[in-house]
Design a protein around this ligand. Sequence first.
Ligand code: NAP
Length: 235
Amino acid sequence: MRKALVTGGSRGIGAAICRALARDGWQVYINYNKSKDKALALAEETGGTAVWADVSDRAAVAAMFETVGDVELLVNNAGVAHAELVQDLTDEVWRELYGVNIDGAFYCTRAAVPGMVRARRGCIINIASVCGVYGSSCEAAYASTKGAMISMTLSLYKELGPSGIRVNAIAPGVIVTDMLTDAFNDEEIAAMAAEAPLGRNGTPEDVAELAAFLASERASFITGQIIGCDGGFRV
Ligand code: NAP
């Protein structure tokens, strides 16, 4: 069975991606940090395996890859968000967002690539954001981590393509998960839906179906793309 590792697979978009990949026949490793019970329940549900690592911790990522071994698919999904005026942003918040969103994607990519190069086959999907493409007021830290993820994608597809590895990013718009409901109230979330040309916010499954497609053979000629999944929403 082909092995996939999804970071931040315990909840939200990552959990939906784990479900879609398991349905499509992948052996899924579900990375979690704090939500152990959710990851274990999802592993039970999907026949996958829950694996702990705080992705911002390079030693923890190395230990996770010791357990998991080589993977054919890596989905860098783990992420944290924060909204604040730039003059109020603390060093700690800035570092936390870069630690999880970018260092984490780098540590996991660095650990996954050698096995993919040996196999001359692999796929990396980075879960970025519309904020990384268009910017977002009061989200300089979050948006810039996602912008960095996009440039990492645009560099890696060139570097890794000759080794048979495809690298793409998904830029979700407003997706209803804990990340959204922790930051905005119902009224604000409804207002965002009204702003989207398709008239609704996204679901984790909307993003998961795109990820499952990009991971599949049906997308075997697709690399170096930043694909929006946003109902037409622009920040
Ligand atoms: P979420 O519901 O808050 O879930 C976040 C996931 O990331 C959880 O599984 C969490 O795991 C994991 N995570 C956080 N810190 C981690 C760490 N240090 N190490 C390992 N895992 C960690 O968020 P979501 O909405 O599903 O977001 C998933 C991705 O989509 C993120 O990269 C986010 O930036 C991106 N995105 C979301 C939206 C949106 O509107 N929701 C829009 C654009 C992009 P634990 O609970 O186990 O700690």
